[in-house]
Design a protein around this ligand. Structure first.
Ligand code: NAD
Length: 270
């Protein structure tokens, strides 16, 4: 039986993970943490035996084999820096997106002592799409083919472009033996002039209840290739995160990705 704790337990993903884990015989949700403690009734309604404040995460994490983080960049830092270093000896699965250098640096330090898996997207389809995007980018090089990545999400999403869109951009850049940082272009407005060769454009749509849609376009002079993925239920991500949680328990210190969990190879995943 694998004990799982969730940081960001009271959120949409936290609740969905708890709901799915309830029906799994080999997994037990030991508790959660969030920005603030929830009373027992509210925690039970979210599917958790208890939800403590992130600063008190040690009490919940102590019972877990693996911790899933679906909170926010600040929430992830709160977990990593929680008093008592609760993550020591545990495995960590991070689904939170919009991570900056502060989080990435702390994760790199954590990877030296524990197993850490970071994935912007836990669906098998998107992880396959990462591999396909890299393959397509290799076969359809710049400047003959321009790449634009379009994504759509619900109105409450906090970060843009999505972590998945950026992972797709990294996959395309990897297929062209380049780094995304030098090619990234977030949206266009005003007198933009001619499109620079090799640029990778990102466009984010926000609205309604869209779970997550991603489209990678390779635009050539006489043809256009489009690779697309549509998520229709966030349970998809929760299921994938639980697959990752089962997989990572018992792994040695280091950085892991969904490509390894799913037996795919996508260098662009981050
Ligand atoms: P949400 O806003 O519904 O839930 C986030 C939860 O984290 C909330 O309960 C909030 O109180 C808590 N939180 C925020 N800041 C915190 C802090 N400083 N300390 C402690 N807790 C804090 O969001 P969501 O839709 O559940 O998504 C959570 C994260 O997961 C986002 O970054 C989202 O982009 C990402 N996400 C990833 C995947 C994936 O497959 N990797 C899928 C869906 C969502």
């Amino acid at each position: 039986m694998i004990g799982i704790a969730v940081n960001g337990a009271a959120g949409r993903m936290g609740r969905t993970i708890a709901a799915i884990a309830r029906d799994l015989p080999d997994v037990r949700i030991v508790g959660g943490s969030d920005r603030e403690r929830l009373d027992d009734e509210a925690a039970a309604a979210a599917g958790f035996p208890r939800i403590v404040a992130s600063a008190d995460a040690a009490s919940v994490v102590a019972e877990a084999d693996v911790v899933l983080d679906f909170s926010s960049p600040a929430g992830l830092l709160a977990l990593l820096d929680a008093p008592g270093a609760p993550l020591a000896g545990k495995a960590l699965v991070v689904g939170t997106t919009g991570l900056g250098e502060a989080q990435l640096e702390r994760l790199r330090a954590a990877e030296r002592t524990m197993a850490v898996l970071v994935a912007a997207n836990f669906s098998i389809g998107v992880n396959l799409l990462l591999a396909l995007a890299e393959q397509a980018a290799r076969a359809l090089p710049a400047p003959a083919y321009d790449v634009e990545i379009v994504e759509a999400h619900h109105r409450r999403k906090a970060d843009a472009p999505s972590g998945t869109a950026l992972a797709l951009g990294r996959a395309v850049a990897a297929g062209r033996n380049a780094s995304l940082e030098s090619l990234r272009r977030d949206g266009r407005s005003g007198q933009t002039g001619e499109r620079p060769a090799g640029e990778i454009g990102f466009h984010a749509l926000r609205g309604g209840e869209v779970v997550g849609e991603h489209r990678v376009l390779f635009l050539g002079a006489r043809e256009r290739l489009e690779l697309a993925h549509v998520a229709t239920d966030r349970a998809l991500f929760a299921e994938g995160a639980l697959v990752a949680a089962r997989w990572i328990v018992g792994k040695g210190p280091g950085a892991y990705g969904m490509a390894e969990v799913l037996g795919l190879t996508a260098k662009g995943e981050g």
